[in-house]
Every structure is written in structure tokens, then in C-alpha cells.
Design a protein around this ligand. Structure first.
Ligand SMILES: [Fe+2]
Length: 382
């Protein structure tokens, strides 16, 4: 979704005849975003993609988030203690929700037997622990620890070769996602001062093939339907377009260091309507002799802030470990824990690794979040 991808065999021009080596007509599918007004990919199938052998509501998937009141306190959720496991399709726990984003974790313990096609948003996965392979009709991608995986809305995908103890952050970006506009020139090319380049993203390089029919679980408005395809799902012989799965390894993000502490916007990685995804990676700290490298206390009065802690000594917070999720709501000042601000003076680098999401609508903890909440977190600034 950052540049055109051309894989396999395509026709000389869209919407004209293309046949396989045996003279059989191939079927086009135009996979489009924002109606027919935004990016799209044209794929060529060996079979018509429409016929089903079955289509019915299913109990597969995960519970529709049961939102509680939006938070007016600083909260900490031990996402590493959630208990929904099994196949990745079913092993998700939504912890924070609003009309524009769901934030949760996936803790798969088995390979998927079905594909998820999430019509409710773009799916973003961040692998804290546990490698895997993501298979889609638009290509297969190998995933390693600390990779982001970006699956465009409704693209069927499943996870195979899931490593033991997998623990992934999952964002459902309900209004889609894109790269921050300020990183792109007028032609859509990443500018030279962007924090990543086109070479930092991994795109599909081959199309998986299978003659097997497939089960696709479609999510729409929080409900799940199970579709048994009448033809193989993995029958794509070629694709051409801007919509496809994409991997970005977080350690390819190039952080900026200033004379003094720079605001979190320099960590912006992905943007969606009402949500900004930021990557905090190990980096050198500020160069002014009297700089205070630790984040200053702040009141970002229009944003709720979620942080998913990954590794390193997170400079500003104590008592949070890998996999924990903090929520600092708009309207409540937040900042370093007592002692961290002063202790950071003179430090030259930080090893922290974390993913942050700022949202403009209030984030509502779910009932499942309350089950893993650390009750005394708000008061830990005393
Ligand atoms: Fe903050």
C-alpha cells in the first residue's frame, strides 16, 4: 500500500481477456478501497471467486467488545495475562475500543484452519513474541519478532507456523490506515527525511497456490459469518495494484534525536482516522549539555494515549513489563514516574521499545480489560 506491486501474470490492460496456458479464461477481481475512489488491486483468478458451498453465521472469532465507561484515570492492563488462546482467528482479546479503533492482543497457540476477512477495518499486528507465516491470496509473508504486519480491510489471511508463546498486539483500524502524509512527496514517494524508506517494507514476492477449497470467516459490524468457498481461495495467478499485505520491522524505523527532547510526533509510523501509531525504538538521546532526555510531564488534552511495552528499560515508567498496556486519558496530566525525570539527566541513550497509539476519541476499556487491570496504577505518581 505504499507503491504499486506487480506479481505473476496479468493482462496487457485491465478488463480484457486473459487466458491460462490451456486457453481457459481467467477471472478478474477488482479489490478496491473507499468505493472505487482510492487504491485498488486487480487480481486474476483461475476460478470465479463468487460461488459458495455454504454461508452462515458462526461462533468463530472473538467477542464483540463490551465497552465500559471511558477512562478518567491512568490505567494499566496486564495484557500478558489474558487467557484467550487457540487459533489466531479465535485467540484475540479486545482491551480498548472506540468508534475508530479496537486495541487488543492475540495469543495464538495453534495454526489457523480458516482465513479471517475483517471487513470492519485494516488489521495491524505487532509481534512482541512468536514468529509466524501469514498466508493470503495476495501473497505470503514471513513474520519475525518486532515486525508490524498490515492487512488491508477484508483481505483473507491466516497464520501458520505460529511459534510457541506468541503474543501480538492487534489494532483494528476501523477507518483504514495510511502512511503519515508528511512523509510523502507529491508522487507518493517517501521523502528522504522520512523515518523509513521504501526498502524498509517487506512485500509479497510470490503467490501461494492450492487446489483446496477454503473456509473464510468474514467479520462485519462485530459479527462473524463463515463462508465455505466453492473454488480454491489460493488460485491467484497474478496481481497488479496498491492493496496488499505489508510488513514493517520496527527496528527499521529511524529515530530522530534533537538538541532537546522532541515530541512524540517524531515517532509517527502509521496514521488512521482518529488514531496515530508511533514506534519508540532504541536511540541516542538529546545532545544539549543540560538536556532532560526523559519525556516532560504533559497534558495532551485532545488525545487518549495507549502504550504497549515491549522491551528495554522504559525511561519514564516503573513496574511495567513487556506486554503491559497503559492508558493515559486526555485531560489527566501524565509523565515520568517519580525519580525518572531527574535520573535521566546526563544519559546518552535509551533502549526502550514500545508501540504507542494516540486517539482523538476516548478509549473505553472492555470488560476483558478490567479482568487484567492493575488496580493501583493511577496513584503510582505519589
Ligand atoms: Fe504521553
Amino acid at each position: 500500500m505504499i507503491e504499486r506491486l506487480l506479481l505473476g501474470t496479468v493482462a496487457d490492460k485491465p478488463h480484457i481477456v486473459l487466458k491460462d496456458a490451456h486457453g481457459k479464461l481467467l477471472f478478474e477481481e477488482c479489490f478496491t478501497r473507499r468505493g472505487f475512489d482510492s487504491s485498488y488491486t486487480i487480481v486474476y483468478h483461475s476460478h470465479a471467486p463468487m460461488p459458495d458451498e455454504g454461508y452462515a453465521p458462526t461462533q468463530r472469532g472473538w467477542p464483540k467488545p463490551a465497552a465500559t465507561e471511558a477512562s478518567h484515570a491512568r490505567r494499566l492492563f496486564h495484557a500478558e495475562k489474558t487467557t484467550r488462546t487457540g487459533k489466531a482467528l479465535d485467540a484475540r482479546t479486545v482491551l480498548l475500543t472506540n468508534a475508530q479503533i479496537d486495541i487488543g492482543v492475540v495469543r495464538p497457540t495453534e495454526d489457523d484452519d480458516a482465513y479471517l476477512a475483517n471487513n470492519d477495518g485494516d488489521d495491524v499486528y505487532f509481534l512482541l513474541h512468536g514468529s509466524a507465516e501469514c498466508e493470503t491470496p495476495f501473497g505470503t509473508l514471513s513474520l519475525k519478532q518486532h515486525d508490524y504486519l498490515w492487512i488491508p480491510r477484508s483481505l483473507p489471511h491466516r497464520f501458520l507456523r505460529v511459534e510457541k508463546d506468541a503474543h501480538w498486539l492487534h489494532l483494528e483500524m476501523k477507518r483504514g490506515m495510511h502512511l503519515p502524509r508528511q512523509y510523502l512527496n507529491e508522487l507518493g514517494q517517501l521523502k528522504m527525511d522520512a523515518p523509513y524508506s521504501h526498502r524498509d517494507f517487506r512485500r509479497p514476492t510470490w503467490l501461494p497456490k492450492s487446489t483446496d477449497k477454503a473456509t473464510v470467516v468474514i467479520k462485519r459490524d462485530g459479527r462473524f459469518w463463515e463462508r465455505k468457498t466453492a473454488a480454491p481461495l489460493l488460485d491467484v495467478v497474478g496481481l497488479d495494484g496498491f492493496v496488499y499485505p505489508l510488513v514493517f520491522p520496527i527496528h527499521r524505523f529511524q529515530p530522530k534525536t534533537g538538541l532537546v527532547h522532541l515530541p512524540p510526533t517524531i515517532h509517527a509510523t502509521f496514521a488512521g482516522e482518529g488514531a496515530l501509531v508511533c514506534s519508540f525504538v532504541p536511540r541516542l538521546t538529546d545532545t544539549h549539555p543540560n538536556a532532560i532526555p526523559c519525556p516532560y510531564p504533559h497534558s495532551s488534552v485532545d488525545c487518549d494515549e495507549m502504550i504497549f511495552y515491549c522491551s528495554g528499560n522504559f525511561t519514564s515508567r516503573r513496574g511495567v513489563g513487556p506486554g503491559a498496556i497503559s492508558l493515559h486519558p486526555a485531560g489527566v496530566p501524565h509523565g515520568p514516574h517519580p525519580g525518572a525525570y531527574e535520573a535521566s539527566i546526563g544519559t546518552k541513550s535509551t533502549e526502550e521499545l514500545a508501540v504507542m497509539v494516540d486517539t482523538f476519541l476516548p478509549l473505553h476499556p472492555t470488560q476483558e480489560a478490567l479482568a487484567v487491570e492493575q488496580a493501583d496504577y493511577h496513584g503510582t505518581w505519589k
